[in-house]
Design a protein around this ligand. Structure first.
Ligand SMILES: Cc1cc2nc3c(=O)[nH]c(=O)nc-3n(C[C@H](O)[C@H](O)[C@H](O)COP(=O)(O)O)c2cc1C
Length: 365
């Protein structure tokens, strides 16, 4: 009876329009892995990669020229039966060509596979069986192409073969009757998928005084990391006053975790004092401090001028961007509607008060 299902009509494909999908601008790298016997999954991949930036890996069976559909789909059935009988045995899976693409550089993987007898095509199952450990922890999406059978069995296979991944969302089913509309199906589906965001470690912040901005190289400590988290929400402006002939300092307005040590602060040092005060040094002073970072490349006299040594009520802005109000790290066409991004381009799931980007515009919460 199933054979009757498989009197596949020749499909007429319309060419897809090029629409950039709304994937977060700072999503990690994406790999699209596919297998295609009769070309439908290949067309799906062509459409998909016209909408997102991704590398592509095609899985090929080691034995070429096989006809899986011949003799009432005898070979296709045989390959799947072998897997079903012994799914944990590597020998149950049909051999594939060696894969040289390393998964380590990808945070997101989208699998595009045909359905065979309501299961995942055997060739793709081999690849997933072999790469399960390298896939662990990645965000994985699934697109299944069938003639008409529904895809729950393929989803089940994917979950069995990749037990340690984070599924991006529901799988997308493309079949003979909607294949020609795949461009819009894929575009809408991408909006529902949760792509992993690239985590970059911030080791720089910027200090702006009176329109001049200088780089600060941050320490690798919990105080500096907590400051970065705060600045990811919005730049912070503080009012500092000269003191002791060696620094300008004042209240941050919030506390950071301390790891105080007896040190001699040097010109250029950015120091946390008593957990909630920031000190910018143009001279030196021995005290118990937590160092947050160092202003890069300024001489003592340049520091005195930049920090307005000797003056009071100096307005100082700390930020993660050289232009404290700019939005230059976000590519506006690729931001999901309704989602909030920090000024440094990271998606914020639980926003507190601050300035964010939503629908390409700055919003204040
Ligand atoms: C061995 C084999 C078994 C198949 N079994 C089914 C099936 O049970 N139900 C169905 O709707 N399509 C079935 N198909 C059709 C494919 O799922 C469908 O044509 C798909 O789009 C093929 O993708 P491809 O062109 O990338 O290989 C089968 C195809 C083959 C080769």
């Amino acid at each position: 009876m199933k054979q009757l299902l498989l009197l596949f009509a020749t499909m007429l494909f319309s060419s897809s329009s090029k629409v950039m999908a709304e994937v977060p601008a700072n999503a990690g790298k994406t790999l699209v892995v596919y297998y295609s016997y009769t070309g439908n999954c290949r067309e799906i991949v062509t459409t998909l990669t016209s909408q997102i930036e991704a590398d592509v890996l095609e899985i090929q069976p080691a034995e070429k020229g096989l006809r899986y559909e011949a003799n009432g789909y005898a070979l296709g059935t045989e390959l799947l039966n072998a897997i079903n009988d012994n799914p944990n045995d590597a020998d149950s899976y049909p051999a594939i060509d060696p894969v040289t693409t390393s998964l380590s550089q990808y945070q997101n993987v989208i699998i595009v596979t045909p359905l065979w007898w309501s299961q995942m095509a055997a060739i793709m199952q081999t690849y997933l069986f072999q790469s399960a450990s390298q896939m662990a922890g990645k965000h994985v999406g699934l697109i299944v192409s069938s003639h008409s059978s529904s895809i729950s069995g393929v989803v089940r296979d994917a979950k069995r073969l990749l037990p340690d991944v984070t599924w991006m969302g529901e799988a997308l089913w493309i079949n003979a009757s909607n294949h020609s509309r795949r461009a819009s199906l894929i575009e809408n589906w991408l909006k529902t998928q949760d792509f992993a965001i690239e985590q970059t470690t911030m080791d720089k912040m910027y200090i702006t005084i009176d329109g001049q901005t200088q780089n600060v190289t941050l320490e690798n400590n919990t105080a500096a990391k907590a400051l970065v988290e705060k600045l990811q929400q919005a730049p912070v402006t503080v009012t500092l006053n000269s003191s002791g002939g060696f620094e300008i300092w004042g209240a941050l307005g919030f506390s950071l975790p301390t790891s105080d040590q007896q040190i001699t602060a040097q010109p250029g040092d950015v120091i946390l004092y008593n957990g909630s005060n920031i000190c910018l040094f143009y001279g030196s002073n021995p005290w118990s401090y937590t160092r947050l970072g160092k202003i890069d490349g300024l001489s003592e006299s340049e520091l005195r001028s930049f920090l307005k040594a000797g003056e009071s009520n100096i307005s100082v802005t700390l930020s993660l961007q050289s232009d404290a109000t700019g939005i230059n790290t976000l590519s506006s066409s690729r931001i999901k509607d309704e989602e909030l991004y920090s000024l440094s381009g990271q998606r914020i799931a639980k926003p507190s008060h601050g300035i964010y980007i939503k629908n390409n515009k700055k919003v204040k919460l």
